[in-house]
Design a protein around this ligand. Structure first.
Ligand SMILES: [Zn+2]
Length: 283
């Protein structure tokens, strides 16, 4: 006779669909569903029993909160998770970051871990854990609960990182949720640098966003790992671009691009070629 397998995690996107929550560069009600869908897939791949709750019927925020909490409380699980995106109002080019909300003191350290894992994986600023005593979801779900604010919908840096690092963010969330229910879980090793680069250069660096094309096609893994080390060294990247600006090889606006997170790996390759060309020409 097969033993009944207890579900371990119940997860839901906050709100009740497109246009029902924070909106600016992206729509919270749309993106929360994408994150939940991917995290659920990753959990299932690791044989974690997971319940997904999606509210497709509410027409107001209070209906929605009641719907989500009662649907969570009807499931068997050890952990309740709610996915949200944040907003601070006016659009900004500053990176604002990721944070994880909790109310149950036992979840303090776990909330910190999840926030840090998302930050390390994606380059989003780590705002850390935040204790919130007034949130309906946290106060009324009957199992330990966290609410993840993935990033800010009104920050160009955050949204850029969210788009380019989506998979890494979802993996970081899934890995930490699995560790909560299976403390000795070891995630599968990440892909080798060579595979990463041929995927389109998916670097977890805030100042460089992925670019297709040129970054693929490397024939030497050691070259790729040396390049990755450079791409992860923020100070070095700034120094390289500063050298080009100081020597009047290109304009200072390239440094602004680096800071804004819109410089691509292909841009960097081109700029480095210009610097070397200038050196060789001896002018
Ligand atoms: Zn929300």
């Amino acid at each position: 006779m097969e033993a009944k397998r207890m579900s371990q995690i119940t997860i839901s996107p906050g709100h009740y669909g497109p246009g029902t929550a924070a909106r600016d560069l992206i729509d919270e009600g749309t993106e929360t569903r994408k994150v939940v869908d991917r995290v659920v897939e990753l959990l299932k791949n690791e044989k974690i029993a997971v319940n997904k709750v999606v509210d497709t019927q509410s027409t107001s925020q209070s209906q929605n909160l009641n719907y989500l909490v009662s649907a969570h409380n009807r499931t068997q699980r050890k952990l309740d998770v709610s996915i949200h995106f944040n907003s601070s109002g006016e659009r900004t080019t500053k990176g604002l970051g990721t944070e994880v909300l909790y109310v149950n003191e036992n979840l303090k350290d776990f909330a910190s871990k999840v926030s840090k894992a998302i930050s390390v994986a994606s380059g989003l600023k780590n705002r850390g854990r935040k204790k919130r005593t007034e949130l309906f979801f946290l106060n009324n779900t009957e199992e330990p609960a966290i609410l993840i604010e993935v990033c800010f919908v009104n920050s160009t840096v955050d949204v850029n990182l969210y788009h380019t690092q989506f998979e890494k963010i979802c993996r970081a969330i899934a890995d930490e949720l699995i560790r909560f229910v299976k403390p000795n879980y070891e995630p599968k090793p990440a892909k080798s640098p060579q595979q990463n680069v041929s995927d389109g250069g998916n670097y977890s660096l805030p100042q460089i966003h992925k670019s297709g094309g040129v970054v693929g096609g490397f024939t030497s893994p050691s070259l790729v790992s040396r390049l990755e080390a450079i791409l992860q060294n923020e100070k070095l990247l700034q120094d390289i671009l500063q050298k080009g600006v100081d020597e009047k090889v290109f304009m200072a606006s390239w440094l602004d691009k680096l800071k804004a997170g819109t410089l691509t790996t292909s841009d960097l390759l081109g700029l480095c070629a210009l610097i070397v060309e200038k050196e060789l020409s001896g002018t």
